[in-house]
Design a protein around this ligand. Sequence first.
Ligand SMILES: [Zn+2]
Length: 319
Amino acid sequence: MLKLNDLFFDEYGLSYDCVLSPSTYLYSLNVAGTSLACSNIANLYTYSKKNQNINIPLPIIFNFLGGWHHAQRSSASGYCYVNDIVICINDLKKIHTQILYIDLDLHHCDGVEEAFSDCNTNGTILIISIHHFSPGFFPGTGQLPQQINMTNSKNKFNINIPLKEGICDTNYFALFKRVIESIYDLNGDQKSSANLPDVIIIQCGADVLVGDPHKVFNLTPTSIINCVNFINTHFCQKLNIPLIILGGGGYNFADTSRCWVQLVASLSNMTLDNDIPEHTYFPLYGPSYELSITPGLKKDSNDQAYLNFIVNSIKEQIK
Ligand SMILES: [Zn+2]
């Protein structure tokens, strides 16, 4: 029988995968605070650029503690106690006029989409989420408007890319590029377009990796690195706009570390040795003790017809 306390905690999502512990409050403060520190740096850079009063180098800002995209305004959800992404975006809005949020996590960013669903009709924030969707898979949202028979103006700014199981590195990055190229004219004079972003956040959830316990996609860190590098090269470096990189899911901790360290190295133009160096957590990297991750043999259920359907649906959605 449920006790009064259980009902109280259930109301705020503090049960199942978001149980309360003595450190939950401090942890949530750290999650929200570190992503706010990211937006503070981006705001300072853009403010200085606009006012030409301080010469600050173009920043790429990392916070792998952040990226908790399921938390709702008054409820924890899916391991997420506080939606640091929404807090970060709201802070960026003080200085920036066009915010691009890209979510690479295995799961749909329902908490972020929900937070801006009613107040984003003018497209100040463009949300692009590429994730797995199948009946019964958490959080159960993130289909194409055509798949759920929904078309209205606010959907123009919530782009969902729902993928089937087994997607491989080649198809994932090719699709990501096609979607971005269908939204932005990368070959045109970008500086003349009003819809170009002036700050970008990318959530880099590592539960898309082949070794994650979810076992849904067949990806290596190459996919995340390619997507982030593509955005960094074609938008951030070209337009001189700040890039915020957040963490997210990733439940094979060794593989998540492998992925994120390679991402930082790539954005920093560093080459890493493939042998993991000896350190406190070295035994967790066995049996390979290497940085690289090999894809598995899982079949890619996303055939070319389905990938074309996604791109055509999105083109129709943003018309
Ligand atoms: Zn996830």
